[in-house]
Design a binder for this molecule. Sequence first.
Ligand SMILES: *Cc1c(COP(=O)(O)O)cnc(C)c1O
Length: 356
Amino acid sequence: MQFIDLQAQYQHLKTRIDKRIQTVLDHGNYIMGPEVQELEEKLAEYVGVKHAITCANGTDALTLAMMVLDIKAGDAVFCPTFTFFATAETIAFANATPVFVDSDAETFNICPIDLEKRINKTIAEGKLIPKAIIAVDLFGLPANYPEIEKIATKYGLKLIEDAAQGFGGAIHGKKAGSFGDIATTSFFPAKPLGCYGDGGAIFTNNDEYAELVRSYRVHGKGQDKYDNVRIGINSRLDTIQAAILLEKLAEFPVELISRNKVAKKYQNELKDKFKTQQVAEGYMSSWAQYTVTDENRNGVMAAYKEKGIPTAIYYETCMHQQTAFKKLGYKIGDFPTAELLSKSVFSLPMHPYIAI
Ligand SMILES: *Cc1c(COP(=O)(O)O)cnc(C)c1O
């Protein structure tokens, strides 16, 4: 049994994917070829936003969001401490300060109550300017946007949805990638919608932001890439990856149903054994990971291994415990729920081709 079976997916889509790749090899437009534009249109349509703009990876997507929102030194950006490093890294990379927030014990996502506490604390301290919130759709489950959006509005903060793991999720039918001012995703192979290398995208309904992203991703281009009106980066999605993603996106709705079937089966079988990630009424997860908690996870994981079932830990170290963020001065005990999660979570095999 595989933790994520990309090979089974490739075998299923082989004819279509091979044909798409061959088309790119035949026309030879490897950078910003027609498949990139086609994919961006289909992504925007799927997510239900005005603009989808692809880029080189999910980390760059967040960095581009930071650039568009002009996040800089002296700014505070709030994000969960229990997430993948890139969420917090891109805040620091923009020279701003990540202000970490504890998790909700049921959903494992950013806790809106703690978020508001940390915003008020930052305001009271008066050292940083509260600028934005990055909420993460952890393991495929959309964060609590109804509450987070209220907080963002109340304090005049920008909201970024880090949907790197969340593509395909939804809240009452509103899709992941459509929350906040800007949303980002990743097409890293292991994500719910992955390509065969690195890839990412930015989603927004804001025309001005979309135009800025299109400029920043190609060296701050103006009229063309030799007319440079601002300092940007080089972050494009390869045409071959776009071609692969077009076929994977076409299959994605079917895969999403399969992922949810696998999750339901796990839920039925494991709910009395472990604490599982809770999907609130009206929420839909894309199940990037199926994650449970057990305080004796080492024993449980070893037992699964004996049975030939691979498991993995996402994530063993919270952001406030990372060496790179030591200088922020957090200590153990500052984020009790996230710390408990980091000590007790483990994930079971999850992909749409598990035979159930
Ligand atoms: C994977 C991931 C990213 C970064 O995506 P890459 O494409 O690997 O750069 C950012 N945030 C979260 C929450 C992720 O899981």
